[in-house]
Write a protein of this length. Structure first.
Lengths: 298, 299
């Protein structure tokens, strides 16, 4: 009787092993399969890649006949591919550089720019925190560990607890480059090693809501009513701006950027239909859902 | 005829069990080889001084493993210090002290505890433990090594209790009877007879518990704050740490295959594997040595 018990377990185990082996063998085959040539090729910024994927998936439900292949790799990679004529749409979280524009024109391609969404980073603290406004310089000093107590920026005498997204998040990199290093590519300042790296927006939200010492940052779309946002100023003598959809769309809020899609020449046919849809209300709702700011301004 | 079919069946089963046994060994060896293959390039691509520096910030090529190793050790040792005595005491209580009807209730409860998914424990830790610990100890944040230690101890306990209780239960009743007949107290029987008799099984239980603690990922990722700082002073026990498991889980998904960062993450996995291996070896040697001594004394 005892043997009979072992046998089925063994069979299951063997099937499992065979499955693993087969799975391992079949993987390269699927990845090397050619995508249909009629697909819209969409490549570029890792910040936008999730948004682009969400759009592509949603668009598939409306237009099953159109295939959209989305890949990341970075804004530079996407634009380079557009210049080489290998993609239809390049995603970029920055404007195309003059040099890239020149080489595109040299290849007979005239890139056309579309602002498809805006990305704003809100600085969030516990609602009871008396600090209302900070300059970029102060935020940089706080997150690089030069300022360690709230009293140094006009708050209570409490330690500052830094919250950040994990290093693989596009928001993390943007915050490092544009806020901590203030956009200076020579600057090698890093996040303080005391920074708590949380793997989700939810993790940051939970800690900010319950910890009066905490300061964090996240995409504006992830900010809920029970956190307090900080008004940000470029320098102490200039106005401070609250992060709202209006200030972002008017270009006042300093920690914000536009997200672009570039096409080779004026878009035609399927690509034009896709871009029109992206700028429409349905796709812009997805923008809001993913924590970005809609270009429609609502 | 009947006899022959039985012996054929017997033969097949024996072979099948043999295959299962060997495949277990082969699988472990393959995992180890894979880790070596993917992890060792890290030691050539990145200088040793960089690997043993105190800064872990892989997107800017800072690959200091020190904070990760220290983080994992502090959390695991802390959890072991809490869970081992508590788990053993609970096992003794359930196996030796309470009446059998109470045991029938307690044992399933402990086993249900073992079945709680780690993400649920992590969630409770994040929402309940961390805020409470921050307020109670008046520390900057509740997402600390200490929070991780408490939750890991909680997770390791059911494993330790359940296995250790089974071991104690398997000690023959005649041993106890012999002790009692010699006029030993209940406590003396437990301490001098039952525990030594189940020694190797108990150690296995403790090892399984520690293994659960060092390999746990989700819970520590959610409650220890993941700040890659080197814990040096006792105060750092109440500060955030970043463990090796959480680092692999958080970063492996986005890393480019074949990049230095990818190899370093495998090197981290290799380190973890080696640490668990050493712990298990040490435990096995302790058991082995003590059995031999016991045999000598008996002969």
């Amino acid at each position: 009787m005892r043997y009979r018990k072992v046998f089925p377990t063994l069979v299951v185990f063997l099937i499992f092993v065979c499955g693993l082996i087969l799975n391992g063998c079949s993987q390269p085959a699927t990845s090397s399969a050619e995508a249909p040539t009629s697909a819209i090729q969409n490549k570029g910024s890792d910040t936008i890649v999730n948004l682009a994927l969400a759009w592509a998936e949603y668009y598939r439900q409306i237009r099953p006949d159109v295939d959209i292949a989305v890949t990341g790799g970075g804004s530079g990679t996407g634009i380079a591919a557009l210049v080489n004529g290998t993609v239809d749409i390049a995603n970029a979280s920055r404007e195309i550089k003059d040099k890239e524009l020149e080489s595109a024109r040299a290849n007979g391609i005239e890139p056309v720019e579309f602002v498809i969404a805006r990305d704003a980073i809100a600085i969030v603290v516990h609602p009871s925190n008396p600090v209302d406004k900070l300059t970029i310089q102060q935020i940089s000093d706080i997150f690089s560990g030069k300022i360690t107590r709230w009293s140094e920026v006009g708050g209570e005498d409490r330690p500052i607890v830094l919250l950040s997204r994990e290093t693989n998040s596009g928001t993390h990199v943007y915050f490092l480059e544009e806020v901590i290093r203030k956009g200076d590519s020579e600057d090698k300042t890093l996040f303080s090693s005391d920074t708590l790296l949380l793997s989700s927006s939810e993790g940051i939200g939970t800690e900010v809501r319950q910890n009066p010492n905490a300061i964090g940052y996240d995409g504006l779309g992830y900010v809920t009513d029970d956190m307090k946002t900080i008004a940000v100023g470029v320098s102490p003598d200039q106005p401070y701006w609250e992060p709202t959809v209006e200030t972002v769309n008017q270009g006042h809020y300093p920690i914000a950027r536009e997200l672009y899609m570039y096409t080779a020449g004026e878009p035609q046919g399927q690509i034009k239909e896709y871009l029109d849809w992206i700028l429409g209300p349905e796709a812009q709702q997805i923008v809001l859902d993913l924590g970005f700011v809609s270009v429609n301004g609502d | 005829m009947k006899l022959k079919s039985v012996s054929l069946f017997e033969f097949l089963i024996e072979r099948a069990i043999q295959v299962a046994g060997i495949s277990a060994i082969v699988l472990v060896a393959l995992i180890f080889l894979f880790l070596i293959k993917e992890g060792t390039p890290a030691f050539f691509e990145i200088s040793l001084t960089s690997l043993f520096s105190a800064r872990w910030y892989p997107i800017e090529d800072y690959f200091g493993l020190l904070p990760l190793i220290m983080g994992s050790l502090i959390v695991t040792i802390g959890a072991a210090v809490i869970a081992l005595p508590l788990g053993l005491a609970t096992a003794i209580f359930i196996a030796e002290i309470v009446p059998s009807w109470a045991r029938e209730i307690l044992k399933p409860f402990v086993e249900v505890l073992a079945g709680i998914p780690s993400v649920v424990i992590g969630f409770i830790g994040m929402l309940v433990f961390a805020p409470a610990i921050r307020v109670a100890l008046d520390i900057p944040t509740g997402l600390t090594a200490f929070t991780g230690v408490l939750l890991l101890a909680w997770m390791a306990l059911p494993t330790i209790v359940s296995v250790a209780e089974d071991v104690l239960d398997a000690v023959p009743k005649t041993y106890r009877d012999a002790g009692l007949a010699l006029g030993m107290t209940h406590w003396q029987v437990i301490w001098r007879i039952v525990l030594p008799a189940g020694r190797s099984g108990i150690l296995t239980a403790l090892m399984l518990g520690v293994g659960r603690a060092i390999g746990e990922t989700m819970t520590v990722m959610m409650v220890t704050g993941n700040a890659a700082r080197v814990p040096l002073t006792p105060r750092d026990f109440f500060m955030p740490v970043r463990t090796m498991t959480a680092t692999i889980a958080a970063e492996m998904g986005e890393v480019a295959q074949g990049s230095p960062h990818y190899h370093v993450l495998f090197a981290v996995g290799l380190t973890l594997f080696v640490i668990t291996f050493i712990v298990n070896m040490a435990a096995a040697m302790v058991v082995f040595r003590q059995t031999k001594r016991a045999e000598r004394m008996l002969s």
